[in-house]
Design a protein around this ligand. Structure first.
Ligand SMILES: NC(=O)c1ccc[n+]([C@@H]2O[C@H](COP(=O)([O-])OP(=O)(O)OC[C@H]3O[C@@H](n4cnc5c(N)ncnc54)[C@H](OP(=O)(O)O)[C@@H]3O)[C@@H](O)[C@H]2O)c1
Length: 243
């Protein structure tokens, strides 16, 4: 039986992916800052799919604990999904360094620390799949969310480099850029329905591309078109736009 580890397992997207992986027969390791909050979810998965589901404590910002976190897992997983993230408050962050640190550490340095260790272990096994949830926000800095966007840009570049490094060993590194998703992170926002996916649609795209297929996933294909256009707008025009 294969095992999947979900980092940031309280995430709405992570939970939809966990459920989809359970349907595929994966044992699950769910890691979050407060794993006790995941007990009802884990019980439900165990009952429905009769699979091992274990809970683990993880703070992505507590770098010194990350090696021990992996050592304490019952088995090293075949698939690792990093869903840790923090949207933050852009206007607040412009005046508050602690907010900026939280945005950078949850979206970039924390995931990098966690996946660096995972990559070393997968390199020894010459097998595995790493999925990082980044964002289209990382493709071009916009006034409305460039703190989050720049951290995701760093994460996207990191995943690209990691894929480049691990590809010869047969290890897949998938960058998930889901576009807008209805989740806890966005529940305070009014999202355009045509551009917004459900966590279940994200999970479906992950399962479809898990062992073969695309390594850069835009859940709704329209996002790939939108971002191509956004990237092509010359800077002298882009700086005047309110996006
Ligand atoms: N929703 C969207 O529109 C959208 C679009 C593109 C990308 N994404 C990305 O998708 C991923 C999942 O987000 P979501 O939409 O499912 O929102 P979410 O439910 O808010 O998930 C974010 C998760 O990150 C966890 N987290 C934050 N700081 C952490 C830390 N220091 N250590 C460990 N875990 C931490 C949160 O844990 P707690 O449960 O403990 O708070 C939460 O479970 C994120 O990386 C997000 O940036 C989301």
């Amino acid at each position: 039986m294969k095992t999947a580890l979900l980092l940031g397992a309280g995430s709405s997207i992570a939970q939809a992916i966990a459920r989809a992986l359970a349907q595929q027969g994966y044992a699950l390791q769910l890691a979050a800052r407060d794993p006790s909050a995941l007990e009802p979810f884990a019980s439900d998965l165990k009952l429905k799919y009769t699979l091992p589901v274990t809970l683990h404590t993880l703070d992505a910002r507590a770098y010194a604990t990350h090696s021990e976190f992996y050592e304490n897992l019952p088995v090293f997983p075949e698939v690792i999904i990093c869903a840790v993230g923090y949207l933050g408050d852009q206007p607040f962050g412009e005046k508050n360094w602690a907010e900026v640190e939280n945005i950078i550490e949850c979206n970039y340095t924390g995931p990098v620390s966690l996946l660096n260790i995972a990559a070393e272990k997968m390199q020894l096994k010459k097998a595995g799949v790493i999925i990082g949830i980044s964002s289209v926000a990382g493709e071009r800095g916009r006034a409305s969310n460039y703190l989050y966007g720049s951290a995701k840009a760093g994460f996207t570049a990191y995943l690209s480099g990691l894929r480049n490094r691990l590809y010869p060993l047969g290890i897949r590194v998938i960058t998930l850029k889901p576009g807008f998703v209805y989740s806890k992170m966005t529940e305070h926002l009014t999202l355009p329905p045509r551009l917004t996916a459900s966590p279940e649609q994200v999970a479906k795209a992950v399962i479809k591309n898990l062992s073969s297929g695309s390594e850069i996933i835009y859940v709704k294909p329209i996002w790939a078109i939108i971002m191509t256009i956004i990237r092509l707008i010359p800077e002298f025009i882009f700086k005047k736009l309110k996006l």
